[in-house]
Ligand binder design. Structure first.
Ligand code: DGL
Length: 268
């Protein structure tokens, strides 16, 4: 019997991770939970971030009987994982910025991390850099406006390339050869980022690595397609927290295969 994989983010960013997981596990049920009422997480106070995420995720795990939770948000992953694991008895996978592979492939040993202001200031991130990129010069760029631009692109199809060029000016000036996309929203605007930064800068995210981790943690029956219950209908459900979502976003979600798209409210 197929298991339900719950993927969580503040907005559309986690869809970039969900897409990678679906490539490896096309026969699973998916539940996508996004807390767009509190977006952007990169600006939220740590305590508020943890409490809200835990309440919401635990509620949806109960409702959907999910087998695994993927916190497809770097900002939330820097702080909520211990509290969430303490409340759930299923595997909880977080996202880690791809600092380690970036340090390994960098020739100039000058790398960058493009993430939210929350992620770049957290101890978790600085520890990761100390552990895996000790031999590199690492430039940190925290930017919430890029999160909004990715949301906007998904909702309307449009992205202001002039504004993007302005926002990326410090990244260009840093003269790096690898840029870690340490926010799951950024792979959604990967081609635009690459266009501004040029082909000499390699962009790395951790979507594929997270997908492999999910496969390794799920029960064997759910990993092996031949053992799947293919007679059952596979479900794709999306839940959001804001009062409403734009027509463009709803269309994107339908295009991704979601057949249920509804608002979720929690009791506290
Ligand atoms: N997608 C998110 C991340 O990976 C969070 C963006 C935000 O809400 O600030 O960090």
């Amino acid at each position: 019997m197929s298991q339900t994989i719950l993927v969580f983010d503040s907005g559309i960013g986690g869809l970039s991770v969900l897409a990678e997981i679906r490539k490896l596990l096309p026969e699973s049920h998916y539940c996508y939970l996004f807390d767009n009422a509190r977006l952007p997480y990169g600006e939220l106070d740590e305590q508020e971030l943890v409490a809200g995420c835990v309440t919401l995720i635990v509620e949806l795990v109960t409702r959907t009987n999910a087998a695994i939770v993927v916190v497809a948000c770097n900002t939330a992953s820097t702080v909520v994982l211990p509290a969430l694991r303490a409340k759930l008895n299923i595997p909880v996978v977080g996202v880690v910025p791809a600092i380690k592979p970036a340090a390994l492939i960098s020739k100039s040993k000058r790398i960058g991390l493009l993430a939210t202001p929350g992620t770049v200031k957290r101890h978790y991130t600085h520890e990761l850099i100390g552990q895996f990129a000790d031999d590199c010069h690492v430039e940190l760029f925290g930017c919430s406006e890029l999160v909004w631009m990715a949301e906007q692109k998904v909702a309307t199809g449009a992205l202001d390339m002039h504004r993007l060029t302005d926002l990326l000016a410090p990244v260009v000036a840093a003269n790096i050869d690898v840029l870690v996309l340490g926010c799951t929203h950024f792979p959604m605007i990967r081609s635009e980022l690459q266009q501004v930064l040029g082909s000499n800068v390699t962009l790395l995210d951790s979507g594929e690595a997270i997908a492999k981790r999910v496969v390794s943690l799920l029960a064997p029956a759910s990993r092996n397609n031949e053992n799947q219950n293919t007679t059952g209908k596979l479900t794709m459900r999306a839940y959001y927290t804001k009062a409403e979502i734009s027509e463009g976003l709803a269309t994107t979600l339908v295009g991704c295969g979601f057949s249920t798209i509804e608002r979720i409210t929690t009791s506290n």
